[in-house]
Design a protein around this ligand. Structure first.
Ligand code: AKG
Length: 334
């Protein structure tokens, strides 16, 4: 099944890259002065990060999403040029700032899988592996992320994930409200609201390799972003006759506006990006690692491919980031 192949390939690539980086780090001494931040940033000024929860602190989920949020969504008002990769919408200020900060703090307080501290989050037996049959985005051919609402650290990918599978355990209130708003706002059919939420927690500069979300889901994904900014890249998926000749997501990646694909600058202040149809199935999406070699600044500069910003914007990547991906997992997809 394509989802299994895609997620497996993502995991294998992440593992390969971790090994390459470990070899590289052993071979070369660290640079004399590594800059930890970009010299300038043209992206929206970042809100101060929330006070991190202390281990074991009980952090309540944020209070209700204001009732006007779904009405403000209006897909037609937030479309990015459809001729680039298909249907992509971007809503810069989807989550109200106080809700976004409360959500970020609550998510940070989720317990780690396999024990550890933390109080908030789901409970009970976990939903098992992540998206797609196979290992999901978990640490490899092991159990994958779970139980519900607990952080699992991906050893080879440098990020943590927490899964909420609403088909098995009702989504916690803030996630249920966001899910309902996405259906009421017209981004998901009322018959197929999001029922599955994968939360990714990245360190500064952290990214995710090119992948698709696969056919285990309705062909649309909605992602809310908290914390640091990032650039989400869409690139055409390779045809079977191209596999082995080119790398997925690398095609025509020269940075000009003429090449295929599209980039979307994601504000960490509670923005929403939704992609569907061809953007979902015929393109891979990814976030580049910033500062991977240790000597580069934790920043990236947008190109002419950016669908929601001009070229030349310096995007700071020096803050941790949390993304919440809302999807509808199809019946019988496990
Ligand atoms: O962090 C993001 O915005 C992207 C996450 C993603 O692509 C995924 O979970 O499949």
């Amino acid at each position: 099944m394509a989802s299994a192949i895609d997620f497996r390939r993502l995991l294998l690539e992440e593992r390969r890259r971790a090994r390459r980086e470990a070899r590289g780090a052993a071979a070369s001494p660290p640079p004399a002065s590594a800059s930890a931040s970009a010299s300038a940033s043209a992206s929206a000024p970042a809100a101060p990060p929330p006070v991190p929860p202390v281990p074991g602190e009980e952090v309540p989920p944020p209070s209700h999403l204001p009732p006007d949020v779904p009405a403000a969504l209006r897909p037609e008002a937030h479309s990015l040029p459809p001729e680039r990769v298909g249907e992509v919408h971007y809503v810069p200020e989807y989550l109200p700032p106080s809700f976004a900060r409360g959500l970020e703090r609550w998510l940070l307080s989720l317990p780690e899988a396999g024990g550890g501290e933390g109080r908030a989050g789901g409970s009970g037996p976990g939903p098992g592996p992540g998206p797609g049959p196979g290992p999901g985005p978990g640490p490899g051919p092991g159990p994958g992320p779970g139980p519900a609402g607990r952080w699992t650290r991906l050893r080879h990918a440098g990020r943590r994930v927490a899964l909420f599978d609403g088909r098995r355990i009702p989504l916690p209130p803030p996630l249920a409200e966001i899910s309902a708003s996405l259906a009421q706002g017209g981004y998901f059919p009322a018959s197929h609201p999001p029922n599955h939420v994968l939360v990714n927690s990245y360190g500064p500069g952290g990214g995710i390799l090119p992948h698709t979300d696969g056919p285990a889901y309705l062909d649309r994904t909605a992602t809310a972003s908290l914390g640091g900014d990032a650039v989400l890249r869409f690139r055409r998926r390779l045809g079977t006759d191209e596999i082995g000749l080119r790398s997925p997501g690398e095609e025509e990646d020269g940075g000009g506006s003429g090449g295929g694909g599209m980039d979307v600058l994601l504000s960490g202040g509670g923005s929403l990006v939704v992609f569907a149809g061809d953007a979902y199935s015929r393109h891979v999406h990814s976030i580049a690692e910033a500062g991977a070699s240790g000597g580069e600044p934790l920043a990236e500069t947008t190109s002419g491919r950016c669908g929601n910003c001009p070229p030349g914007v310096v995007v700071r990547r020096d803050r941790p980031r949390i993304s919440l991906t809302f999807r509808h997992k199809l019946e019988g997809a496990d």
